[in-house]
Design a protein around this ligand. Structure first.
Ligand code: HEM
Length: 177
């Protein structure tokens, strides 16, 4: 079965790679502008002056737009995984490629769990717009909790994500072992 699939898709190796690399790029970099130039400045401004109602409105708006914009990254991620698996089959890659094994370990240990949490807090239970629309107007507690949880998630994971992405790119391009 594996051999048959390998033979069927092997001629398309470079076409699959043409999907993998752009998907990886979109997954890695699509949130950078929104994060560094919108989310971080608005959170810093609000932290300095939490009683300013205008800043709170702006903070909520930016966070909700961020939840929405991160969809681009979250559509790209399954494509990264799928094209990656197809590359392995098409290219006949195996455990002898230790760079690939390390790359996959990093992805399984650090990236996949983080993405699962990220999907959840951006689009499912932690989605801010959804919480705002469903909650009654006097009760902002769930909204505030979700927003702060999400912010802490970013503060903790951002340095890790940066290092892991750098490591995975290094392993994929340089293939040092
Ligand atoms: C999560 C983030 C990932 C990143 C940042 C990433 C990055 C890359 C990059 C930049 C390349 C191009 C290397 C080159 O042309 O020399 C590549 C190739 C490759 N990736 Fe990924 N990848 C990721 C996920 C995956 C996954 C999940 C798999 C497998 C399940 C996978 C399997 C492969 C394979 C087999 C190649 C082919 C290497 C080659 O032809 O040189 N990747 N990856």
């Amino acid at each position: 079965m594996y051999e048959l699939l390998h033979q069927m898709i092997a001629p398309y190796y470079l076409y699959i790679k043409m999907i993998h690399v752009p998907a990886v790029t979109v997954w890695s970099f699509s949130v950078i502008m929104g994060y560094y130039f919108f989310l971080v400045p608005v959170m810093q401004a609000w932290r300095k002056n939490e009683s300013d109602a205008g800043l709170a409105i702006m903070r909520n708006w930016v966070f909700e737009r961020f939840d929405h914009g991160v969809k681009v990254e979250h559509y790209a991620f399954p494509l990264v995984l799928l094209s990656g698996v197809l590359l392995i089959i098409a290219g006949g890659w195996g455990p002898e490629s230790r760079w690939l094994m390390l790359k996959l370990s990093l992805i399984m240990v650090a990236v996949v769990p983080m993405e699962i949490v990220d999907y959840y807090i951006s689009h499912f239970h932690g989605n801010k717009r959804h919480l705002r629309e469903k909650g009654d107007n006097d009760d902002w507690e769930a909204y505030e909790d979700a927003l702060h949880r999400h912010w802490w998630f970013f503060l903790i994971t951002t340095p890790l994500v940066g290092l892991v992405i750098l490591g995975v790119f290094f392993l994929a391009f340089i293939k040092p072992f």
